[in-house]
Design a protein around this ligand. Sequence first.
Ligand code: IVH
Length: 665
Amino acid sequence: MFSVKQQIESLRRQLHEHNYNYYVLSQPTISDFEFDGLMRQLIELETACPEYYDPNSPSVRVGSDINNNFTQVTHRFPMLSLQNTYSEAEVADFYNRVKRTLNEEFDIVCELKFDGTSISLVYENGRLTRAVTRGDGRKGDDVTANVRTIRNIPLVLKGDDVPSYIEVRGEILMPWSSFDALNKERAEQEEPLFANPRNAASGTLKMQDSRVVASRKLESYIYFMLGDDLPSRNHYENMTMARKWGLNVSDTMRKCHTLEEVFAYLKEWDIERKNLSVITDGVVLKVDSLIQQRNLGATSKFPRWSIAFKFNAEQAITRLKSVSYQVGRTGAVTPVANLEPVLLSGTTVKRASLYNEDAILALDLHIGDQVYVEKGGEIIPKITGVDKEARFLVGDKVTFTRRCPDCGTPLVRNEDEAVYYCPNSERCPTQIKGRIEHFVTRKAMDITIGPETVNLLYDKGLIRDAADLYLLQFGDLAGLERWGETSANNLIESIERSKSVPYERVLYALGIRFVGETVAQKLAHAFPDIDQLAHATVDQLVTVDEIGDRIAQSVTAYFANPIYAEFVRRLREHGLQFTLSEEVLAAKTDKLKGVSIVISGTFELHSRDEYKALILQNGGKNSGSVSKNTDYILAGDNMGPAKLEKAEKLGVKIIDEHTFLKMLE
Ligand code: IVH
């Protein structure tokens, strides 16, 4: 029989190997199901025997809710950036300068320039010990806990020839597919969208909760190695070695001996990069020999042995067929250009964003125009110009619509805003459908229907608003085209279940402008009954922590509107929760009234979320960062040193979980 320790070690070894096969080689040898089985076994054993905890276990990939207090770490070797060039002539200048300075044979390694956020990874005795962002080049944030969740970053390097200390540098990226899925989810939740995968990747890396990081599917590409004991004196060979150890080094890297070979690489990858799953915005050229690199040296900002060549933003030219308008659930109207389909960055583009009226006027756009479209890492392509020379039969000049594309109501534009709104929010079908779609989402009422079904039910006249969902009968659904008994039953059941969704989430589901999940929670605690909330004045509302004028105005306007008041009344009649639950209410106290608490570290008795809820339930304020207004830090194990230092400086009292729980007794 194997000991538990041996079993854990064997499972870890196997899982590391499978991760490598899957994420680096893209050649899995077992099914996802089998993989999950092994992972489950490992987690079970690790939970049972915490004494074998290892921060580099493959199970760490699922993330933890330890608060990442990003400690600032000084880079052992500064992280320089590169000089950018935009033309072949500038590349030739670089090449010739290197040639003159070295006055000997040299090779240039060409690599793709990955457009994400840079990271430095330190491996000690083959194990990942630290991951730090670039920061200002000299000092960066320690994001190790988050980086451990990135699947193609090995926690333990393979092979017995790994030096005792190496630092590798690379780029963290979010592939297009993950980016699109993330923004789709954010749009559903009415959270602000990420402008491009780069922002999404760097934002994700700085998140507090590494479980969320784990869910975002980031990837790494390694392009540099440092240390006192490197395997080779050439960059190319070091990268080849890094790949052997399990790091993800792109196989698009190529060693070039002449300037012509460099140009050929630039030309080839300007086209080929469009078929990659991640964004690249250029090529990085590096002198291969580390000795030559040292001889060439660096300026205060850039190395002299490397430059970046940036590709032109990808552009295509096509014909503008028409302009249409879309209205969202908040009534904002956005113009969309409908284009003759054209290939751009590997996808066929049929539509492009036109932003707003000012943007259309600035382009002097006419129907039938030949327009330039670009996809510069943004979500939807945009029109950047018009080829006016190509105009011979000019179509109508594009003027922004004055009426709602859906309900025909004249649009309004506030003086200091660029956006037009449809003011008919109570009756405009698109806005109504949008609100129903929001009402059913997972974080709101969690009713299992998608936008198509909402549309279908609305168009069939079966629902006019979300309250009508509660009137649906089995017979209404089973008769619908392509609806079987099972799906009808499931929907009815899911609607029924939603009646026990707690008040906080119902409040969020109403879709009051500016009332997101967190605001809804705060309002529910401050006004434990919807009647209290409905009668609250702006002055009363703004006394609630983090509720400002804008939210307060929106809440009072909502309840003052007879249509919404009636809507809420009907929901209540159907049995939805409009008061804070008995349990939460019974446990509610004023014991922490006016007390601001920051939570840091990991705990034994309760989870961080439970502590957060306890603070709120007892009238306290939970805040994310230490300031002069902080009364206590509720500290568990591994409290971040930065927070500790700040707390000491400001004289904030640090308490452990036992003391905190005593305060509530
Ligand atoms: S080498 C001293 N190689 O571009 C050399 N950088 O503008 C350091 N980048 O900060 C960088 N792909 O974030 C290098 N193949 C590549 C790269 C790359 C993307 C990023 C990196 C760096 C920035 C320089």
